[in-house]
Ligand binder design. Sequence first.
Ligand code: NAD
Ligand code: UFG
Length: 336
Amino acid sequence: MSLLITGGTGYIGSHTVVELFNDNQDVVIVDNLVNSSTNSLDRIEQITGKRPTFIEADICDKAAMRKVFTEHDISAVIHFAGLKAVGESTQIPLSYYHNNVAGTVALLEVMTEFNVKNMVFSSSATVYGESNVSPLVETMPTSATNPYGQTKLMVEHILFDLAKSDPQWSIILLRYFNPIGAHSSGLIGENPNGIPNNLLPFVSQVAVGRLAQLQVYGNDYDTLDGTGVRDYIHVVDLAIAHLKAVSALANLEGCTAINIGTGNGTSVLQIVDKFKEVSGADIPFKISPRRPGDIATVFAEAKLANTLLAWQAERNLDDMIIDTWRWQSQNPNGFE
Ligand code: NAD
Ligand code: UFG
């Protein structure tokens, strides 16, 4: 039996495949390479000595997906595939609804045809919206403020409804907080196209000299130093959470949402200071206006993951920044 990993050549998917291989599981990756390349497969092989089975296909293409399920004995799906840039989602919302929502429905229909009814889905802390106060708890009301967030919320609703309609389904929604870091080998890491939107890839490209200056979006929030506070989580801890979630599927009925964070908040300026200390590089920055849609403080209550998955974050902020820097300094232009 194999696990189907959609989006498995991407940032979180490639780290999860490494952890699954370390656990001796078989995987089949499906990815259309819209935001990744097959270079990550070479690197996974370098790290683990094993090359994943890879099929270049779009999850929206039901014929291609049927072929995957016909040719491989799939026990469960870890569903990473999707578009993820919040700003871009406001410019091309239809692409986001097509890929993330229609694509997931197509995948679920094919899974149903083949009677594969186990899924771990990549959700996001973005579903907590703007009004809830951290620590964010799984039982809080959800909402979305942009098309990307809407797609995550819509898929959550679809998966809750599906599990309610048919008790054979077992689904875990992992609500990721802010994944950062890289594998300790420095061989795989985050490789954004163009100018990064997220803090860590931006800071590391400033540190390596690819970008001139960081803009800190606002220093007048009600936080310890006025800059935004987030719950950064090491991507390898996040990958291990998927491993644990797959084994928990057998014991959990229906659809369950679980936060994946550390429970700790770190400000933008604390990240900049830590990055300077670790890299020895200068990180010039200027204070800019707040970024529309940002909120002051986001961090998880992380207890449910411990109770249901026997998982907790093991890597601290030093590990996250050291590993980010190793990846960035060894691969200043990403995989290229
Ligand atoms: P990523 O872009 O590196 O990986 C996503 C992968 O999916 C890419 O390799 C891309 O080529 C592939 N893909 C996209 N659309 C596809 C389609 N229609 N068919 C087949 N493959 C397709 O992103 P990531 O950071 O690894 O994120 C993985 C998942 O986690 C995404 O669903 C994302 O929304 C979610 N998530 C990410 C974060 C984050 O900050 N990185 C936070 C919360 C949730
Ligand atoms: N920030 C800057 N300068 C930058 C980039 C970010 O100051 O160049 C600040 C932001 O204002 C925020 C913090 O750094 O305070 C983190 O910003 P990110 O863009 O890295 O992350 P967000 O928390 O805004 O967004 C992330 C994911 C989204 C997801 C959201 C869920 O990127 O996909 O978490 O909470 F929806």
